[in-house]
Ligand binder design. Structure first.
Ligand SMILES: [Zn+2]
Length: 85
């Protein structure tokens, strides 16, 4: 995989970047402050990066609105508990 001069993490496709964006919101309980909200195609490497600027990604916004992020986070937490036993 090519590396980007911006040193940001590269995602080969929009879909993969979107997965990473949603995954990050499940992994970290973003409240205030800077956090990724969207995905953009980089004009330097042609791959996709997450951005904390601009509009909130539609799929992420929907999942936040429907409480799906919270639900996933709880599911992950339980899975972690079971695995650690
Ligand atoms: Zn790039």
């Amino acid at each position: 995989m090519k590396t980007c001069p911006s040193y940001k993490r590269c995602h080969a496709t929009y879909e993969l970047a979107e997965e990473a964006l949603i995954g990050a919101h499940i992994a970290y309980d973003y409240d205030k402050g800077s956090h990724p909200v969207g995905v953009y195609q980089c004009d330097q490497c042609g791959q996709y990066h997450l951005t904390s600027h601009g509009e909130v990604n539609a799929r992420l916004q929907k999942m936040l609105n429907e409480g799906e992020i919270q639900k996933q986070r709880e599911a992950d937490w339980w899975e972690g508990k079971i695995r650690r036993r």
